[in-house]
Design a protein around this ligand. Sequence first.
Ligand SMILES: O=C(O)CCC(=O)C(=O)O
Length: 319
Amino acid sequence: MLPKSKPNDLETIARSSGALRRMAARIPTYLTDVRENPAWLPMFLLARTMPFRRAHWLTARPVHSSQVATPSLFGDLQPEAIAAELRSTGIATGLTLPTPIQEEIARFGHETPCFGNFDRKVEFLAGQHAVAERRFGRTILSGHHFEKVLQCDAALAVQQDPLLLNVAKHYLGGEAKMITTRTWWSFPTKSASEADLSRASFKFHFDLDDWRMLKFFFYLSDVDADAGPHVYVRGSHNRRRMKHQLTLLVGHPADEVMDFYGEDSAIILTGKAGTGFVEDPFGFHMGTLAKHSPRLMMEVGFGVSKPSRRRYHGEPIIR
Ligand SMILES: O=C(O)CCC(=O)C(=O)O
């Protein structure tokens, strides 16, 4: 069951001022993005509106089915069928990592120090999370491996698997390219503030790093309802209430999102280590707070524009 509450006026004001503060803090990053790539600005302003998005989708380069079967870690899944499911609901499940690959990435995740809350000064091993929270004197919700993920051969095998690019091309168009790869921990913690939770994507939001995007996610640890499952709102990738198009904010309260799409549209993704799924991240989605056990996750992202040199999550830059 997702959190649902009717906000009172004071709550609404507090939420808006928190959101404005977070936006203001991002202004220097936005300025860097515009300087690096002026085409980022029209994307940032217009890609959140349905008419402009639809116009951009019309520019997608058509892709013809490949006759050459390229071996994939995922067996003989059909990219066309996965892309069709994505077009219909925004999400497709059923991608399972082979056990040796999942185990190797999980071993990497345990044995490689991660960076807490995106801060390179907060470096620790996942098994030392409680000690690290005491040592650094702060709540640590996430631990990213940033560019270290490229040291893991199994992660590279997933990143470069032909199925991923094929699905991306069939969904996004022939210009699809990989733009991000990351592995990260989400940790249970007793002391998270509202600000901590918003920063860490524990709130319904949509991604706006490119006009058209696709993200593959793989669980590397078992994820049940208490281990911070990912949540996706089916159908929200191609239908958006006007209020959520005409705002600079990408994060919105659960009650607003559920009122529009209906509780039944939210899919809570639980599964054993190795479970994978792919989604259009323009659809509303979020991570949930891990209550008991930490979650280790891998993401491989695709887009259609020149990748920004800014590291959205400190992940390796793909040239
Ligand atoms: O941690 C999660 O499940 C959500 C990740 C997310 O929101 C994102 O990659 O945009």
